[in-house]
Design a protein around this ligand. Structure first.
Ligand code: WT7
Length: 689
């Protein structure tokens, strides 16, 4: 384990001893809880662990398969194959299956745009029939561009329905998608397009964000220019017109979305996909500078996101009658994440649509035109399930109770949290001010790599403790272990480990087998079997955690060089590389620091070249430089210039020390005996950025 020992936070979380039993269904405004007691949870969990084949066969049978599987799981650590021999299509299960069962007119997607004109936002409702037509047309359009099964399509769009349509169209024809978050820069596009060898990019002219246009197409053009002379040159860019902002046009490369789909038929059949065919690639940060292309496949991901959506959010489709009218009883699910993150993939699109509950997409910022925008949306669409991140909750708390109080939030049934540990204060505020004390909170722990929820309460069963993601979902065998994989007693901390494969687990890192094994399957020496590249049978998520005396899990944070900013991972190396790529910088060290809203902010310690002046302008220039290189999310909150970085005698940067300094600790009671030059620390402490 690195010096970020997870035990540091144990004291503080153990002081939280409040327990909140689940509310009655009637109190929460739902007719029933699908899993309604701890006994029901335990019974199903036990079945899922003891007989995974039986359990997952039953679940998978609730969905449509073109040919049935002949084996549920083939496990040769670290390689899992689920539903071996089965063929299906996730787009079919999201869309066509609903149409075929007579629900074509039910609402699939509710979308609200950001701009508000004369008090009214633009709203679109797409039924499953609408979706079938639009997805088919875009699938046909992609085929007309030469996209075939297995070709990776890059998607870089704002939060418009066409983003979901583009993903589903890819799934329909078996072309894995690689969605890049619209907040990332053109450099991020270049890296990901090269890594995926993707020839087609789907984008928008612009995206609305806080009243301004984000120039998505310009960023794509910049990336294409950089790639033009390489073997990874982009062949086609498809642009959806959203903001009607001015854009440049290259007649050989550029095509309008509306022109392409106009020529396509309303029905394009779904490709029969092997359960293990790749569904998508999604890039995430690791402890090195290079993002990892996480590979997810079709069958297991489909089954697991379907089931977690259903039970964790208590989705009940037949409350949606009559079709298209969002009556007080019809459920409307809203996940506020962007589709550019895994949360959006799994819980806006793929897990939600097979459950036949409308999924709401909102285009813009939570504080546009005012700080009550989210509550305005909840009231207008009678949202029943609301799923957001602790960083957003802390921002709402800061903006003031008057905003939620001005709206009728009585439609809410279940509140969700994801992305980082939620502090008990924010949890209580969420419960009382947003949920009126009526709604259970589900704090869901999972990762890009896990595809779906792993540790989570079930809203009608699990007594909740503020700050704990509680217990494993069905099929998940989680434990707190030491580096030898030995389970630690209740009440102690250690490393979180997942000891059995699960259907939506990642199948690899695109093009990097060694990194896949190193990062996830080499941590634990289970029965002495691991070092020297021999994979451990346990999955290592990279989080430190604690389980309390009731077996509840409390996530304490990352144990590698990854920081979690606003619920999204950034590698410290990535930000350091961006800083060092600036001509004035010779060396940089980046660490996380406590931040009121973001949870963790970014502190950068920067050493400049000999003739450079450490000015405020330069500080701003460096911050913008990082935003250009990676995206605004990676902008350091604090930059401290320093003549030297604290290093050990062997030359390793002492990050632990930097973390304490960035956190403003004045007493550094750490072992500094290996420090090369103590005066560096004294200077750093004095010199605040
Ligand atoms: C990392 C995964 C899963 C979608 C959002 C982030 C942290 C995530 C929780 C939670 C405590 C959490 C972990 C994890 N994390 N959810 N409920 N409580 N920590 O996805 O970018 O892949 O990041 O986020 O550290 O490893 P991601």
């Amino acid at each position: 384990m690195t010096d970020q020992s997870p035990s540091a936070g144990i004291e503080s979380v153990l002081k939280e001893n409040r327990v909140f039993p689940p509310q009655d269904p009637a109190t929460a405004g739902t007719p029933e809880w699908l899993i309604s007691s701890m006994d029901a949870y335990r019974e199903q969990h036990q079945y899922s662990i003891q007989d995974p084949d039986g359990y997952w066969s039953e679940v998978a049978s609730e969905l449509h398969w073109f040919t049935p599987w002949n084996k549920v799981l083939e496990w040769n650590a670290p390689d899992a194959k689920w539903f071996v021999g089965g063929t299906t299509n996730i787009c079919y299960n999201c869309v066509d299956r609903q149409v075929d069962s007579g629900h074509g007119d039910d609402t699939a997607i509710i979308w609200e745009g950001e701009p508000v004109v004369a008090g009214e936002p633009e709203i679109r409702h797409l039924s499953y029939l609408d979706l079938q037509r639009e997805v088919s047309r875009f699938a046909g359009a992609l085929r007309s561009l030469g996209v075939r099964k297995g070709d990776v399509v890059t998607i870089y769009m704002g939060m418009v329905p066409e983003l979901a349509i583009a993903c589903l169209a890819c799934a329909r024809i078996g072309a894995p998608h690689s969605v890049i978050f619209g907040g990332f820069s053109s450099k991020a596009i270049v890296d990901r397009v090269c890594d995926a060898k993707s020839k087609v990019i789907v984008t928008c002219d612009g995206a609305w964000r806080r009243g301004k246009v984000v120039p998505l197409k310009d960023n794509v053009d910049e990336a294409c220019a950089e790639l033009a002379t390489t073997p990874d040159a982009v062949e086609t860019v498809v642009t959806l017109k959203r903001c009607a902002n001015d854009i440049a046009w290259s007649s050989d490369r550029d095509r309008w979305w509306h022109d392409l789909v106009a020529e396509q038929p309303d029905e394009v059949p779904c490709e029969h996909m092997d359960a293990e065919d790749m569904l998508f690639l999604l890039y995430t940060s690791g402890s090195t500078g290079k993002p990892k292309g996480i590979v997810h496949t079709t069958g297991g991901y489909m089954v697991y996101t379907y089931l977690t959506s259903k039970y964790v959010f208590n989705l009940i489709p037949d409350l949606n009658k009559p079709a298209r009218s969002q009556g007080p009883n019809g459920q409307v699910f809203w996940c506020t994440a962007d589709v550019g993150w895994v949360t959006g993939h799994s819980y806006i699109i793929y897990g939600l649509l097979p459950n036949r509950v409308p999924t709401l997409m909102y285009e813009g910022a939570p504080n546009f035109p005012q700080e009550d925008r989210f509550w305005d949306i909840v009231e207008r669409h009678k949202v029943t399930q609301f799923y957001t991140a602790p960083t957003a909750i802390r921002a709402f708390m800061k903006w003031g109770d008057e905003h939620p109080k001005a709206h009728d939030l009585s439609s809410l049934q279940v509140l969700g949290s994801v992305g980082e540990p939620i502090n008990p204060e924010a949890w209580m505020w969420y419960r009382d001010t947003i949920g009126g004390g009526r709604c259970p909170i589900v704090d869901t722990w999972w990762q890009t790599e896990t595809g779906g929820h792993m540790l989570t309460p079930l809203p009608g069963a699990t007594p909740a403790k503020p700050g704990s993601c509680t217990l494993p979902f069905f099929g998940i065998d989680a434990a707190i272990v030491d580096e030898l994989g030995v389970e630690q007693p209740l009440g102690t901390g250690g490393l979180l480990a997942i000891r059995k494969p699960w259907p939506s687990m990642l199948r690899g890192i695109h093009g990097d087998r060694e990194r896949y094994i190193d990062t996830y399957w080499s941590k634990f020496e289970v029965d002495g079997q691991t070092p020297a590249g021999c994979p451990s049978p346990y999955y290592f998520p990279g989080d430190g955690a604690l389980h309390d005396n009731d077996g509840y899990f409390w996530i304490l944070g990352r144990v590698d060089d990854v920081i979690n900013v606003s619920g999204h991972r950034l590698g410290t190396m990535e930000v350091e590389s961006a800083l060092v790529s600036h001509p004035t910088v010779v060396e940089a060290a980046v660490v996380g620091m406590p931040h009121d809203i973001k949870g963790t902010g970014i502190a950068a310690f920067v050493t400049l070249g000999s003739n450079q002046e450490p000015t405020d302008e330069l500080r701003q220039a460096l911050r913008s430089h990082v935003a250009d290189e990676i995206g605004a999310i990676a902008k350091p909150d604090q930059i401290r210039f320093t003549a030297a970085l604290p290093k050990t005698r062997s030359g390793k940067i002492m990050r632990r020390l930097l973390r304490s300094i960035a956190a403003g600790e004045t007493e550094l009671n750490q072992d500094t005996t290996t420090l090369e030059d103590y005066t560096v620390v004294a200077t750093l402490q004095k010199d605040e950025g």
